[in-house]
Design a protein around this ligand. Sequence first.
Ligand SMILES: NC(=O)c1ccc[n+]([C@@H]2O[C@H](COP(=O)([O-])OP(=O)(O)OC[C@H]3O[C@@H](n4cnc5c(N)ncnc54)[C@H](O)[C@@H]3O)[C@@H](O)[C@H]2O)c1
Length: 263
Amino acid sequence: MSTFSAYLEKLFGLSGETAVIIGGAGELGGVLGAGIGQAGAHIIVADMSEPACKSRVEKLNNIGISAEYLTVDITNRDSIKSLLDKSTKKTGKVDMLVNCAGINVGTPFLEVDPATWDKIFAVNLKGMMESCQIFIESMLKNENGGSILNIGSVNSDRPLSRVFAYAASKAGVISLTQNIAQEFACQKIRCNAICPGFFPAEQNRKILSDERVAKIMEGTPMRRYGSPDELVGAALLLLSQRAGSYITGSAVYVDGGFTCSWF
Ligand SMILES: NC(=O)c1ccc[n+]([C@@H]2O[C@H](COP(=O)([O-])OP(=O)(O)OC[C@H]3O[C@@H](n4cnc5c(N)ncnc54)[C@H](O)[C@@H]3O)[C@@H](O)[C@H]2O)c1
């Protein structure tokens, strides 16, 4: 190994570690799993649907990544507990948790349905809080603690029109991340967030009207969508207990400049 490769391995290598990725069968979760797996971690794809999990694991295995899956519903506490129990039975410990499950529905404010609001919050924020709680209890027993990566959004910084519950839940992701970070900072548990800009995927394609796309491009200084693999560098930095050792409570915006642009 060249000196440079050895140096990178020391900073970012995740060999011997296990990452549970909730929402890992989805588009961004799948690419994050591939990136974290390429860095050497064993990946547990955790998601709702067994066929989607299976197909994601197959894709990861095909590129040489050690991966398996467990189904989970992040809105059900027992289901998250069972995910942790089964994960630790399989691998001994979980070092990293990536909270990537998310749902979205767009409507004008007067049409916001309280039941839909609750459903979005149950996945995007309450489920995230419960998975952090359940996995942190286990990570506290690890010699090297653990690292959590929560997926926010540019909505964490400013609310995009018509996605009321989504935007409010993603703003909450930052508060949750910072509060967990401060509480566990001296116990080797770090908690950070990545806030992606616009990465067209199943979840948001349906709300990307022509008018909205034009506005997004106008508001994005790089004038293009993100490609999911552009999230991987930030994820590895934040997850690695060496490269990211002094980073906790941070939110890294990977958004082509969307949140820094005021015009
Ligand atoms: N795609 C984007 O442009 C974008 C931008 C900003 C933030 N995000 C966030 O990134 C994350 C991933 O989004 P994506 O674009 O990959 O969407 P996606 O729909 O492809 O992935 C989301 C995954 O979450 C899973 N999920 C939903 N409800 C669940 C539940 N109750 N329990 C367990 N898993 C559940 C889904 O099955 C799906 O696989 C989400 O939190 C989303 O809000 C996406």
